[in-house]
Design a protein around this ligand. Structure first.
Ligand code: HEM
Length: 498
């Protein structure tokens, strides 16, 4: 099909695309301008349009601006928009195609139903200890570094720091092994995991080339990920399952929950109405573990970096959070932090909600139209026509930074989410975890992880800007990265000395 005809033919507003790169800005592509800023600015400019077009290389994306349409796609007409766009459409079958995010239609439905019970509050409560242990280790590491440095304060690059923390959480909570990447800096789990999960420039380049010339890439059998590295995780999971089965060991982590889910799935058999059947063999189980690794590593460390950055920039917010932490500490009377106490922290909730508004790590989400649909509003006015294969995009960060939705959007104001102010938030304009049946399955786990490490960090240290701390974060995010070139430097000052 001739490229760049879709929006013209459908009468959808869009910028004139450039050969090969479509509407991707050249400065973004060269890593000189922030993609996120352009996404937000364009969204705000096109205020009067319900949908606008964006050619991602040669692929047309229908960007939704209208909340009614977003609700229809995500919830009411979900049956027409069940699937996510495959991460790399033409990359063929790989372990990732078996992961929940990539699975389609009935296979997705069955896997989602199978995995959902693993993410309930009671299951996560049991996992809390494992996560909290990693937070305690993380804070102990800083205390030891401070002692060594003997300077009374310490500057840390938080992406590296939280990468290690997130890694240890996944190792323990998902893969069932205990590592301390703060002390054992080059442990295999961390070094291999980082190279797999981190979207290096080379991987990004391959993804782009798949977008521009899929058949050539496919013919050349260019692989995105190194199979040997994946094999390491393969044996890790399979050996752990074998060992546990043979020795009757139960550890409250993801491997255990997935082994249970697999057993349950096999007991239940195949659902009657299913046309395509999900399997749940060991490979399916590994695929979910790897997905959790990807999400856990990049998304979690990015969220934590932005959170500590905002706490540095907003000392009054940090002081209020510290007050809450002190009062929880008093209530605990020297006992270790537990899941229930963490869940009671109201101000912590507000702070994290505001973080996910300003810096949603999944800054946009997509759905693929599976069946043609014409959407009408209540007056039978045509809202939109979507055809099978259309990719629709919900630009989460732009909606959450639109002054019409959130006044003074650049400001970090946790109070927006107070019970008495929540009514001012228009429905479907705040979607950090997505919406509808395909929303994030790991949201509770994510929140638990963020709260646990932030509780321990802020209780021990005051977070203040360091000399190398970025001044204007948005301008410093170059290309598609959610990380400034200067990285996330922060100074930590022990509380008792503050
Ligand atoms: C702050 C952290 C996180 C944020 C903001 C986040 C956000 C999201 C978003 C926006 C989606 C797409 C939702 C949609 O299309 O409507 C998603 C999907 C998903 N997330 Fe998360 N996520 C986070 C952490 C996690 C963690 C820790 C896990 C795993 C333990 C996880 C597992 C998943 C999975 C498996 C999916 C795909 C669900 C499906 O297709 O059914 N996420 N997440």
């Amino acid at each position: 099909m001739a490229p760049y005809k879709t929006f013209r033919e459908r009468g959808i507003v869009h910028d004139t695309p450039k050969p090969l790169i479509g509407n991707i800005n050249l400065l973004v592509l060269l890593g000189r301008a922030p993609f996120l800023k352009l996404l937000v600015d364009r969204y705000i400019e096109l205020k009067d349009h319900k949908i606008y077009g964006f050619y991602n290389m040669r692929e047309p994306f229908f960007v939704l601006r209208d909340v009614e349409l977003i609700k229809r796609v995500g919830i009411q007409d979900f049956e027409h928009f069940i699937n996510h766009r495959p991460m790399i459409p033409e990359a063929g079958a790989s372990m990732f195609t078996k992961s929940l995010k990539e699975l389609k239609d009935d296979k997705w439905r069955e896997m989602r139903n199978t995995l959902t019970p693993s993410f309930t509050s009671s299951k996560l409560k049991a996992m809390f200890e494992l996560i909290n242990e990693c937070s305690v280790e993380g804070v102990r590491y800083i205390e030891e570094e401070l002692l060594k440095a003997n300077t009374g304060e310490i500057e840390l690059e938080m992406k590296d720091y939280f990468g290690r923390f997130a890694n240890d959480v996944i190792a323990s909570a998902a893969f069932g092994i205990k590592v301390n990447s703060f002390v054992d800096k080059k442990n295999q789990f961390y070094t291999l995991g980082k190279s797999v999960a981190h979207f290096s420039y080379l991987v990004m380049l391959k993804v782009m080339l798949y977008g521009i010339m899929p058949s050539v890439m496919k013919a050349l059998r260019i692989k995105l990920f190194n199979a040997k590295k994946i094999d390491y995780f393969n044996s890790l999971v399979f050996d752990a399952m074998k060992y546990r089965t043979e020795h009757n060991i139960i550890r409250p982590d993801m491997i255990h929950l997935l082994m249970e889910a697999k057993r349950q799935f096999q007991q239940n058999g195949i659902p009657e109405h299913s046309t395509e059947h999900a399997e749940f063999n060991d490979e399916d189980l590994l695929a979910q573990c790897l997905l959790f690794f990807f999400v856990g590593f990049e998304i979690m460390s990015a969220s934590l970096c932005f959170l500590t950055y905002e706490l540095c920039q907003n000392p009054a917010v940090q002081a209020k959070l510290y007050e809450e932490i002190l009062s929880v500490g008093q209530e605990l009377q020297g006992k270790p932090l537990n899941y229930n106490m963490l869940s009671k922290m109201k101000y912590m909730d507000l702070v994290i909600s505001e973080l996910l508004r300003l810096w949603p790590p999944a800054f946009s989400l997509d759905r693929v139209c599976g069946k043609d649909i014409d959407m009408f509003d209540e007056n039978r006015e045509l809202l939109a026509k979507f055809r099978k294969g259309d990719v629709v995009v919900i630009p989460i960060i732009a909606m959450q930074r639109d002054p019409d939705n959130f006044p003074e959007p650049e400001l970090f104001k946790p109070e927006r989410f107070l019970e008495e102010n929540k009514g001012n938030i228009k429905p479907f304009t705040y979607l950090p975890f997505g919406l509808g049946p395909r929303s994030c399955i790991g949201n509770r786990m994510a929140l638990m992880e963020v709260k646990s490490i932030i509780y321990h960090l802020v209780s021990k240290f005051e977070l203040v800007p360091a000399e190398k701390t970025v001044q204007n974060m948005m301008q410093s995010l170059k290309g598609f990265n959610m990380q400034p070139k200067q990285k996330f430097w922060i100074k930590l000052v022990p509380r008792e000395a503050a």
